[in-house]
Design a protein around this ligand. Structure first.
Ligand SMILES: Cc1ncc(COP(=O)(O)O)c(C=O)c1O
Length: 376
């Protein structure tokens, strides 16, 4: 990968359009191939840049984008995105009519909220596409689907669609552990199907439950795949391989701005948390926790410099880290890779996340806006 686009930068995220398109093709190849595709681009496309990602994917024909808030949907519409958009979060009633006017679909998670939305829209002579959210075991948002609640839930959902103000576009649920717990996932599917089978009179175009952890399944419980992390090249569980050939879309790197050779008893960084033997060589690199490097990586994480591991010495500070390059040939101006790929060398976000006790989702989302995203 050429780094010439970085000549006036000390920190950057190189973004690979080819990797994004490769990942989508790989996800589609691995699944049944029968489902429509909803690209989850909430949280600024997991830090990758929602407008950029949506523009690339719209040109390659995904069926829907999923966001978390009305503001995120509005940003995409204002950027000229025409593809269907679903807001997965709960839209405040004050924003519902605006969402409808932007042709954005909303999530309804309780009968009370559905009725409130209905009344708002009716007052404004508007209508809106709706996706019903079922709680099949995540125990967050949604209509209850346990056996005791089933009859009531189905009655409540049906009651929302007695006129054409709410348009039944979709019904969905979310897995709690699709990558890890087969038995619980099977229970969630069973609960989902019980509701689905009782509401066949409602013409939902999309029924959807599968996220990244389920994107390789070949079953007809759902006709829309709602995938996020795998598109960006991450795994739902950093300790588990997805079994897919995924490429990192984002590679975060920063420049070495100073080299130091330590003298006897010199300590490194805040709190003087680490001492290195005299003669050790440090590279000071312009990327810190304000850029998205978790402070938990202090003394235990590493960057890659020209494919070689360079451990973080002492505390990660706000704007920089110190790396142990005692055995490496490093000079000022070299680039250190925090995660991603550089010149054929790879340090995955999942590996880094595992060390930091987190998940690649969080690492991606934490990459700060001051780290310029450069699409190549
Ligand atoms: C409702 C919902 N659907 C789908 C996704 C995408 O999940 P993943 O990135 O694991 O594919 C998320 C992510 O948080 C979500 O909240």
């Amino acid at each position: 990968m050429s780094t010439s686009v970085l000549s006036d930068k000390n920190r950057a995220a190189l973004m690979s359009k080819a990797a994004l398109l490769h990942n989508i093709a790989e996800i589609r190849r691995a699944g049944s191939g029968k489902q429509a595709f909803c690209a989850v681009v909430k949280a600024n496309a997991y830090g990758h840049g929602a407008v950029d990602v949506a523009r690339i994917l719209e040109a390659h024909g995904v069926d829907m984008f999923a966001v978390a808030t009305f503001e995120e949907a509005k940003e995409l519409r204002e950027a000229g995105i025409k593809t269907a958009i679903l807001i997965l979060g709960i839209v405040p009633l004050e924003q519902v009519v605006a969402a409808a006017r932007q042709d954005v679909s909303i999530t309804v998670h309780t009968v009370q909220y559905g009725l409130d939305v209905l009344h708002r829209l009716r007052d404004e002579k508007a209508s809106c596409k709706v996706h019903i959210k079922l709680d099949t075991g995540m125990t967050r948002l949604g209509f209850a689907t346990d056996k005791i609640s089933l009859d009531n839930t189905c009655r409540e959902i049906a009651s929302l669609f007695s006129d054409s103000v709410l348009i039944p576009e979709g019904m969905f649920s979310h897995f709690a552990a699709s990558e890890a717990d087969e038995a619980f996932t099977a229970l969630q599917i069973e609960r989902f199907c019980l509701v689905k089978d009782r509401l066949t009179m409602l013409p939902f175009r999309y029924v959807h439950i599968a996220n990244s952890g389920a994107c390789r399944w070949n079953n007809d419980t759902f006709n829309l795949l709602r995938a996020g992390i795998v598109m960006y090249g991450g795994s739902p569980d950093p300790a588990k391989d997805t079994g897919l050939d995924l490429h990192p879309v984002m590679s975060v790197m920063a420049r070495v701005v100073q080299i130091k050779t330590l003298k006897e008893e010199e300590t490194v960084g805040y709190s003087r948390s680490e001492t290195m033997p005299a003669g050790s060589k440090l590279a000071i690199v312009e990327l810190g926790y304000a850029d998205g490097v978790p402070r938990q990586l202090s003394s235990i994480g590493h960057f890659l410099i020209d494919g070689q591991k360079a451990r973080i010495v002492g505390r990660v500070s706000m704007d920089r880290v110190a790396l142990d390059v005692s055995s490496l040939d490093v000079k000022v101006g070299d680039w250190a890779l925090f995660f991603g790929q550089q010149n054929g060398n790879m340090l995955t976000a999942d590996e880094v996340a595992l060390l930091a006790g987190t998940i690649s989702y969080e690492l991606f989302c934490r990459v700060a806006s001051r780290v310029p995203r450069i699409w190549i």
